[in-house]
Design a protein around this ligand. Structure first.
Ligand code: ADE
Ligand code: ZN
Length: 329
């Protein structure tokens, strides 16, 4: 049995495994520029965030129907359940699909089909977080929020992802204000490749409740103080940071120092099909590389439930935390 945990930083499009990509390509008559799954896997050598994003967006061409999105999400949930995930807050990138002529309704309804069966089939409670692509315009983000109108009952919050440097959070002030007025929760990627100033903006301009990554927080002691004071959760993705060369090797990851500084950090997989592991694999990898003890792992699992958007169901949060406390390594 695996340590029970919540996954709070997971792009559903980043769970597209090569086998499913080829199967959907055949079904939808999409030609991929790779002839085998091995050849595709060999392309997973990234220099930075952008080199990954280029492939990530290209492979999405195979996702066309509601059933494709259902298959994608169900496959993720099955793998996540096998690694102890009990609650998942799942990102999706509507603009990456609408730009290819796939309606946002197809995306949300397809994902929702898998999510609706998730508790019964996989024992995982779920939420959806709609991300805006920060390398597109603020107007495009606003249009996306508007297009999501009929599906807002399925969407818990908004996020901000894609190429970070040169696209500061403040660019999206207006759409975050509009999202908050609609009752949506707010998160944003910040400090993955971008500077600590972007994390400050995410907090002070967008009013985010969690920071996705926040890897570069430790460069700014005042920022660390602020994040500790306000108990702002950071959703770290250590395997992603190595694969996208934000750090050289996992042994250099600041996770341990961040915990010791009193930050509320969580461990997540980001885009597990591309980065070499799902969240249970990630816990295992950081335990080995950083020499974390059982109580530190348990604390990371507790943090994942503390940071989850479960305010509407505190009983459930308490039950998950009790599962973590009762877990025997
Ligand atoms: N989209 C998918 N994965 C991402 C990441 N790690 N950073 C920014 N945007 C992303
Ligand atoms: Zn991410």
């Amino acid at each position: 049995m695996h340590l029970p945990k919540a996954e709070l930083h997971l792009h559903i499009e980043g769970t597209l495994e090569p086998e499913l990509a080829f199967e959907l390509a055949a079904r939808n008559a999409v030609v991929l520029p790779y002839s085998t799954t091995e050849e595709l896997r060999r392309a997973y050598l990234f220099d930075d965030l952008q080199s990954f994003l280029d492939l990530y967006y290209a492979l999405m061409a195979v996702l066309r129907t509601e059933d494709d999105f259902d298959r994608l999400a169900d496959a993720y949930l099955a793998r996540a359940a096998a690694q102890g995930v009990r609650h998942a807050e799942i990102f999706f990138d509507p603009q990456a699909h609408t730009a290819r002529g796939v309606d946002i309704g197809t995306v949300v309804e397809g994902l929702a089909r898998a999510l609706d069966r998730s508790e019964e089939r996989h024992g995982i409670s779920t939420q959806l977080i709609m991300c805006f692509l920060r390398d597109r315009s603020a107007e495009s983000a606003l249009a996306t929020l508007e297009a999501a109108g009929p599906y807002l009952h399925r969407i818990a919050g908004v996020g901000l992802d894609s190429a970070e440097v040169g696209h500061p959070p403040s660019k999206f002030r207006e759409v975050y204000e509009a999202a908050a007025a609609l009752g949506l929760r707010k998160v944003a990627h910040a400090g993955e490749e971008g500077p600590p100033a972007y994390i400050w903006e995410a907090l002070d301009v967008l009013g985010v409740e969690r920071v996705d990554h926040g890897l570069r927080s430790m460069e700014d002691p005042e920022l660390v103080k602020r994040l500790v004071r306000d108990r702002v959760p950071l959703t770290l993705c250590p395997l992603s940071n190595v694969r996208l060369r934000a750090i050289d090797v996992l042994e250099d990851h600041p996770l341990r120092q961040m915990m010791e500084a009193g930050l509320l950090v969580t461990v997540n997989s980001d885009d597990p099909a591309y980065f070499g592991g799902y969240v249970g694999d990630t816990f295992h990898a950081v335990r080995e590389a950083l020499g974390l003890g059982q109580e530190q792992l348990r604390e990371l699992a507790r943090n994942s439930f503390r940071a989850a958007f479960l305010d509407h169901d505190e009983e459930r949060r308490a039950a998950y935390l009790a599962e973590v406390d009762a877990y025997v390594f």
